[in-house]
Structure formats: structure tokens, C-alpha cells
Design a protein around this ligand. Structure first.
Ligand SMILES: [Zn+2]
Ligand SMILES: [Zn+2]
Length: 275
């Protein structure tokens, strides 16, 4: 069972226990299903790099996965994006700028996906299509996710963890939006918001602004010592973290990111923003 199937199973159990899932989890579950359904169509080719290429790229602070090296079957991508738009649109209930009925054509999807990957805003396309930019970005994110996680999984197999201590993802260049302290030593690992890659990072440094000024860094913890909310007073950002040394059962990190919505609320209430 791969991780998305495990997460799907876990959500089913939660739903049984609770009777129903809160709306944000229900949306997550539906999008996951859309991605699982599309999996059969994902291109099997993987970007491959030699050891020397990997080392050279990382030394220069460049993420491993170039846009052109991502194999995309655009017909499948379009189907997945269209299904994601419908699901997100239905969920948002925002009738005027909802992506529910938008028609996403391949040429514009190609441009949008590239722009999104390179961190550019999707404002122009959102305006042209008449839909909300945040929702459009969520659509592209959903359609890219299976492609990126597959590539990350492959590239991380031979990844020299000691060569990368940066605040952005070594695979796709995305920002981390979750972290964990490992069971062995309590070392801190960051989780990429886009491709779910994990990489080691200093515990006493902010990954967003790189300050290591201890006066600006702090964390809050819950009663069980299971979760931490790291905050940085320099760039006013928070980072949700799970301490695996205190976790009893198997932890599914991409799901934890969603289940910890309460930590997001706490962070925002304290005046900090997420990645
Ligand atoms: Zn990434
Ligand atoms: Zn910071």
C-alpha cells in the first residue's frame, strides 16, 4: 500500500469514529481520491541524475528537479486538473469565481503548471478564466502532486542528506510547511509543501529567514509533547512539527499536515503566518 492509500484508509477510520469528517478533511479526502484514480495514467519515466550531477547541483544550492525533466502526460494532467477544479469548486461554494465549471485547456495548463512550479503567480490566468487565484493554485497543486511526489521519492533514494541544509526543498525548490523530530536523535527534518520530500535541517534556525538568533526563536508544545509550534519573531512565520519520539502509532506525515489545522489556528492567533 502506498502512502496515499494508507492516508485514505486512515481517513475512512476517522470518519467511522467521528460519524463525519470536518469540511477541510472531507475536501482533502476527495482530492486524494481524484489523485488515486489518476495514478494509473502517471508516466512511469523518472528523472535520473548521475552522482556527480547530484553533487554539483546541490553544492550550488540548486534543487534537483528541473521543470523540463518532469515527464507529464498532458491528457492525464488535464483530466486530473479538471476533476480537481470540480471538487474544489463544489467545496468552496463561491459561485462567482469558483473553478467548478471552468474549462482548462492543455496549452494554458502547460503554462500555468510551469509558472506554478517556478514560483510565479497565476494572476493572469486566474483573471482570464474568471476564477479565484488561490483556488486555481490549489487546482494546479493537486494535479502536480502525484507527479512531484513520484519524482521526489525516486530522487531521494540516492540523496546525500549531509549536502543540503537549506530552507527550501532539495528536489523541487518548494517551501517546507511541516517538520518532524526523528525517533533516533530528535533531529529535525523538514517536509516540502509541494513534493513531500524530507530533508535534515538545524533545530535552532528558522528555515524561512535563516536567522539563528536564539532571542527570535521559540516553540510552544502541547500537553503530550507530541506537537511543537516553532515560531520566528524575525520573519513572523510558524512551523508545525511532530515529535516522533512521543508518537505511538505510525505517523503519515502528509496527513499530519492537514490534521493539525488547530496548530495553524494557534499560530495565526499569535500573529504568525504559515509558509
Ligand atoms: Zn519539494
Ligand atoms: Zn524566520
Amino acid at each position: 500500500m502506498d502512502i496515499s492509500e494508507k492516508i485514505f484508509k486512515k481517513l475512512k477510520e476517522l470518519q467511522k469514529e467521528e460519524g463525519s469528517l470536518p469540511p477541510y478533511l472531507e475536501l482533502y479526502r476527495k482530492l486524494l481520491l481524484v489523485q488515486i484514480d489518476a495514478k494509473g495514467n502517471a508516466p512511469a519515466t523518472k528523472a535520473s541524475l548521475t552522482k556527480a550531477e547530484i553533487e554539483n547541483t546541490l553544492t550550488n544550492g540548486i534543487p534537483l528537479l528541473k521543470w523540463d525533466a518532469i515527464p507529464v502526460d498532458w491528457n492525464s494532467f488535464q483530466k486530473l486538473a479538471q476533476a480537481a477544479a470540480k471538487t474544489i469548486g463544489e467545496h468552496s461554494g463561491n459561485t462567482e469565481k469558483s473553478p467548478e465549471k471552468v474549462k482548462l485547456e492543455i496549452p494554458s495548463l502547460q503554462q500555468m503548471a510551469k509558472a506554478w512550479y517556478e514560483g510565479s503567480p497565476l494572476t493572469t490566468w486566474a483573471n482570464d478564466l474568471g476564477i479565484d487565484e488561490v483556488l486555481l493554485s490549489a487546482v494546479i497543486d493537486c494535479a502536480m502532486k502525484p507527479l512531484l511526489t513520484a519524482q521526489a521519492k525516486n530522487l531521494l533514494k540516492s540523496f546525500p542528506q549531509d549536502m543540503w541544509r537549506r530552507g527550501y526543498c532539495p528536489v523541487c525548490g518548494g517551501k517546507p510547511d511541516f517538520a518532524y523530530l526523528d525517533r533516533e536523535k530528535g533531529a529535525r527534518w523538514l517536509l516540502c509543501s509541494r513534493c513531500d520530500a524530507e530533508w535534515l535541517f538545524q533545530r535552532l534556525e528558522c528555515p524561512y529567514c535563516r536567522t539563528s538568533n536564539q532571542k527570535d526563536l521559540a516553540y510552544y508544545t502541547d500537553d503530550k509533547g507530541m506537537y511543537r509550534l516553532y515560531i520566528c519573531k524575525q520573519c513572523h512565520t510558524y512551523l508545525k512539527t511532530i515529535d516522533l519520539r512521543n508518537a505511538e502509532s505510525e505517523v503519515l506525515l502528509p496527513l499530519e499536515r492537514v490534521l493539525t489545522a488547530d496548530l495553524d489556528r494557534q499560530g495565526q492567533e499569535k500573529g504568525y503566518k504559515g509558509a
